[in-house]
Design a protein around this ligand. Structure first.
Ligand SMILES: C[S@@+](CC[C@H](N)C(=O)[O-])C[C@H]1O[C@@H](n2cnc3c(N)ncnc32)[C@H](O)[C@@H]1O
Length: 261
């Protein structure tokens, strides 16, 4: 990061409002910083499940005064990798969206191919592809949705390091790495791929310059930075939980004493 100074906003002020189980957890600080850097007008997520990644995008938009809209596309039925789940997941996402992100978040309960018609070509600033993770599904999601992304827009791919079962996001992303100029891969948290569609104005946000500098030193340091950022977030969360538990225990103790008097 030689001559570029970068102090990620996530380290300064990010406290996740939504914390549910998901393998996405290690990428929350980066997601927050990316949204702050690109200030998207239109965000689309393909594959939402319980909303961990989606609501991080939403939170970053609100806390950084970004005037945009985030669309969450999912059939909310599950797939071969998540397994089928019941409607309680959708209801929970819906109530969180209503409570915290009314007016900036739209839930599109449908299949990805059905949602396509609702978006113009070259209209999406940030697209997150996180549906079924077979090679064929990721390739299809990318090829059908890429025309909808603005020149200079960003596409994220989750699980590009997961080489389990019939997961194939890693193989599709490797093919992109061989052909694309502005591309970056985080290895931690099952891998997160970041691709910038060619065109648009030259990015001036420091994070984007670092991501696509193609300098080995920057690549290594960015990867380390976000491994540490995710550990830092988790450590802070545990410390807070510990404090809450200790507080509850102390109150319980005082209550007993008071009752004995
Ligand atoms: C890996 S989960 C998404 C994880 C989520 N981004 C997170 O933060 O934890 C994949 C989701 O994609 C949905 N899905 C997979 N293929 C789909 C398709 N073709 N159309 C609509 N939803 C789909 C599933 O219902 C599932 O909820």
């Amino acid at each position: 990061m030689s001559d570029l100074l970068y102090f990620p906003p996530s380290l300064q002020r990010f406290e996740p409002k939504r914390m549910v189980f998901s393998t996405w957890v290690d990428h929350l600080p980066f997601a927050y910083d990316l949204v702050e850097a690109i200030r998207p007008k239109t965000v689309v997520e393909l594959g939402v499940y319980n909303g961990l990644s989606f609501f991080t995008f939403c939170q970053a938009m609100v806390e950084n005064d970004i005037d945009g809209v985030a669309y969450a596309v999912d059939c909310w039925e599950g797939d071969e990798h998540t397994d089928a789940y019941d409607d309680s997941i959708f209801k929970d996402v819906q109530s969180h969206a209503r409570e915290h992100y009314r007016g900036i978040s739209y839930l599109m309960k449908m299949y990805f191919h059905e949602a396509l018609q609702h978006f113009e070509d070259d209209s999406i600033d940030l697209l997150h592809i996180d549906g079924l993770h077979t090679y064929e599904a990721v390739k299809e999601d990318f090829e059908t949705w890429y025309p909808k992304v603005k020149p200079g827009g960003i596409v994220l791919f989750h699980d590009v390091m997961a080489r389990i079962k019939d997961f194939g996001a890693w193989r599709f992303f490797e093919e992109l790495e061989a052909s694309q100029q502005d591309i970056f891969k985080f290895n931690h948290g099952f891998g997160l791929g970041v691709l910038r569609k060619p065109g648009g104005a030259d990015p001036d946000a420091a994070l984007l310059k670092l991501l696509f500098s193609r300098e080995e030193e920057n690549v290594q340091k960015l990867r380390q930075l976000y491994v540490h950022a995710s550990h830092f977030l988790e450590a802070r969360r545990q410390a807070r939980r510990f404090k809450e538990l200790a507080g509850a225990k102390n109150k319980g103790g005082q209550g007993k004493q008071a009752g004995a008097q």
